[in-house]
Design a protein around this ligand. Structure first.
Ligand SMILES: NC(=O)c1ccc[n+]([C@@H]2O[C@H](COP(=O)([O-])OP(=O)(O)OC[C@H]3O[C@@H](n4cnc5c(N)ncnc54)[C@H](O)[C@@H]3O)[C@@H](O)[C@H]2O)c1
Length: 683
């Protein structure tokens, strides 16, 4: 513990009070209302910050600080009862270094009486709600929520509805008293089902299965509890017996007594093995039908556990090693504005760097003016940043309680930060745009897009070279790339003859790329890879597409009105027509082998009456694109897998929907199957 002997400044006291208030509010919403106001990762981080400040200034610790207790005292819905043995929380570790520090700490605590080769047990940390069960002579007499660890609520009637909790222990000679602890939880698909029902009846949705489980346990009507099919894994047995030497024995005995014990436990000889278990389960856990948020590491020996005992909040012999959060709080240092290839200005938050889901995040997108207004963002704000999967980090929320006094509101600029021209805001789009087509940022963006792999795939032309080419005014549009010569390239900084040759060769090769990639490369708004393919299939030449009416373009399955208008308008601009002419003269493929004529708008709808569910990431289509293609073809997209679903459109890293669909024998479609179905219906 770092103890600071300086008196806290008024700013520190104020910051700590604000932080305490925010954590208190979150804790109440989470434990008492089962309705969290922030992500767990965010809570954990703020809690840590509060803990660290309190460690630095112990005189500022107040007895009502969330760091001073386990959970919250529940609302007086059920009878409040004192636990026979306190129900502790677990200390958290967020990385291996913290796990190592815990290991050193308990070893230090034991001093000379350190045992030889202590073993660890790793168990999955089930994201449910802890309950304490008491059995008298083998009969369940009491079930209690954790509450604040000392007192909980008597929910015996509700506990009796959980089928995986034995009402009578499977023992011939049960001891007079047995205490069992474990986690009550809901499977993911029941959680989805409950929320669907709540949505239909207009009730607020549960944020996650854990809150849903906690909320269910505290339902006053046991019939509702029974209906929700809670499940239970036992993980602690309090029983004095000479035959029990370690935690592993306890888990086996619990199983014999008739409890479900999570089968994915492992005995580990070292922290390295613990790490291997933790890493392996980081992916495997996504296949489980219930949520887990970490691994609980426990010392196996019961005598060691006894020697170490507990602090006021945690056992010293166990720790929860949490999987990295995808949302964390940090601070806004400043906001910059990026101009994209379409001229759209994107506000970007420059952040105090944080480690998020395995990478350092320093910047996050703020999308557009509407988002800025919605967030009411001020410089210096503490914000929640999310990075899920491959998605660019984004600011999802502001914590206004933690705003510094006098903080400046962030607004969109009135002039383009690149070319200085006045920007315009299109009311229909929520986008602020620079409309100067020779704005260097727009030119650079369109050339980078042209050279990227899904477009013309010109190897060797990256952002730096594009910047040089535009700055030297050698390239003002993509067509200029095809006029570049050796001498011009050699004049650029750090450009050798070999590199220049390679670049010219790559530019020449790009002339072979098919029409749909040229179309994608043109960067017409809303025309992504899949749409470019669809359009090129239906309009086999640039000329035919340029001559098509908006209605004809919209007649292509998968092409909505917005895309059609954007394409149509693009070809109405004479500058774009002359760009296409120049590209054609340069030898690019603006025609494909004709296979079809533009489609009429009156085709049979191939997916009429069919219901689709999407899961995972598709190779080329975004979810929105796939959704609009299905809807344009007469189909319906829903979120939950039920018997009424006809197809599961399956991408990479699918979620639990895949398992559910397999159980219900619903047909899977890959993206290529799906595109083939659309295509065959189109021809
Ligand atoms: N989102 C919010 O606003 C908010 C507010 C308060 C708390 N929280 C979350 O709650 C957590 C703190 O809650 P907590 O005090 O219950 O601690 P915890 O959930 O971090 O860990 C302790 C709990 O783990 C559970 N557990 C699951 N599997 C277990 C196993 N195999 N062995 C032993 N225990 C197991 C038990 O219920 C135990 O009580 C934090 O992670 C925090 O993110 C979130």
């Amino acid at each position: 513990m770092i103890v600071n002997h300086q008196t806290p400044t008024p700013e520190i006291s104020q910051k700590l009070a604000q932080l305490r208030l925010t954590v208190q509010r979150a804790s109440y919403a989470y434990y008492v209302l089962d309705d969290p106001i922030m992500e767990d990762g965010v809570y954990d981080r703020l809690y840590r910050e509060l803990q660290e400040l309190e460690n630095q200034y112990p005189e500022l610790i107040s007895p009502d600080s969330p760091t001073q207790r386990v959970g919250e005292k529940p609302a007086a819905q059920f009878q409040s009862v004192t636990h026979n043995i306190p129900l502790y929380s677990l200390e958290n570790a967020f990385n291996m270094a913290e796990l190592q520090a815990w290991d050193e700490k308990w070893r230090r605590f034991l001093g000379d009486s350190l045992p030889q080769d202590p073993k660890y047990i790793c168990e999955l940390k089930i994201d449910g709600s802890a309950i304490a069960l008491t059995y008298h002579n083998g009969i369940l007499v009491r079930g209690v929520t954790r509450g604040d660890g000392v007192t909980g609520e008597d929910i015996t009637q509700n506990v009796k509805t959980i089928r995986s909790i034995p009402l009578k222990l499977h023992l011939d000679n049960p001891p007079p008293v047995v205490e069992v602890r474990g986690e009550a939880f809901l499977s993911n698909h029941i959680f989805v089902q409950i929320n669907q029902e709540r949505q239909q009846t207009g009730e607020p949705l549960f944020a996650n299965p854990r809150n849903a489980a906690a909320g269910t346990l505290r339902q006053l009507d046991p019939r509702i509890v029974a209906d929700r099919r809670l499940d239970f894994f036992a993980y602690t047995l309090h029983l004095d017996s000479p035959n029990l030497h370690d935690h592993w024995d306890c888990l086996e005995l619990l199983q014999k007594m008739g409890f479900k014990v999570n089968p994915n436990r492992q005995l580990c000889q070292s922290l390295l093995e613990v790490q291997q278990y933790f890493d392996a389960w980081d992916t495997q856990r996504r296949e489980l039908p219930y949520m887990t948020d970490g691994v609980v590491v426990k010392l196996n020996s019961l005598s060691l556990q006894k020697q170490l005992g507990e602090t006021r909040k945690f056992p010293r012999w166990a720790i929860a090693l949490k999987y990295p959060a995808e949302e964390l709080p940090t601070k806004i240092i400043s906001v910059t504005f990026q101009v994209g290839r379409t001229g759209a200005l994107t506000p970007v938050a420059e952040l105090e760097p944080i480690q998020l889901a395995g990478t350092t995040v320093k910047r996050a997108t703020l999308h557009n003016q509407d988002r800025l207004t919605e967030l009411d963002l001020h410089i210096g704000d503490t914000v929640i940043v999310r990075k899920a999967g491959e998605i660019i980090p984004e600011v999802v929320r502001v914590l206004p309680d933690l705003r510094p006094t006098g903080a400046k509101l962030v607004t969109m600029p009135t002039h383009c930060p690149e070319c200085g021209e006045t920007v315009i805001k299109t009311p229909a789009e929520a986008v602020t745009r620079c409309i100067n087509s020779s704005c260097p940022a727009i030119v650079r963006g369109s050339i980078i897009h042209w050279c990227q792999r899904p477009a013309l795939d010109i190897n060797g032309i990256g952002e730096k070279l594009v910047q040089q080419l535009v700055d030297a005014q050698l390239v003002r549009s993509v067509a200029d790339l095809y006029d570049l010569n050796m001498d011009q390239l050699l004049e650029l900084d750090r450009m050798g003859e070999k590199s220049a040759q390679k670049i010219l060769a790559a530019i020449a090769t790009s002339k072979q790329q098919p029409w749909h990639r040229v179309l994608y490369g043109l960067g017409i708004r809303h025309v992504g890879k899949a749409n470019a393919q669809l359009l090129a299939q239906n309009f086999p030449s640039c000329q035919s597409l340029a001559a098509a009416s908006s209605a004809q373009i919209e007649g292509v399955y998968g092409i909505g009105a917005e895309i059609a208008t954007s394409v149509y308008q693009w070809f109405q601009n004479p500058a774009n027509i002359s760009l296409c002419d120049r590209l054609q003269q340069a030898g690019l493929q603006l025609t494909s082998v004709p296979s079809t004529a533009p489609k009429s708008t009156h085709q049979a709808q191939p997916f009429a009456g069919k219901t689709f569910v999407l899961t995972g990431t598709l190779p080329t289509l975004s979810r929105d694109q796939a959704k609009s293609m299905i809807e344009n073809a007469g189909g319906k997209v829903t979120n939950s897998v039920t018997k009424k679903v006809d197809y599961l459109l399956l991408g990479e890293k699918p979620g639990s929907k895949l398992k559910k669909a397999q159980d219900l024998a619903i047909a899977n479609l890959s993206e290529s199957d799906f595109l083939a179905m659309i295509k065959s219906a189109n021809f």
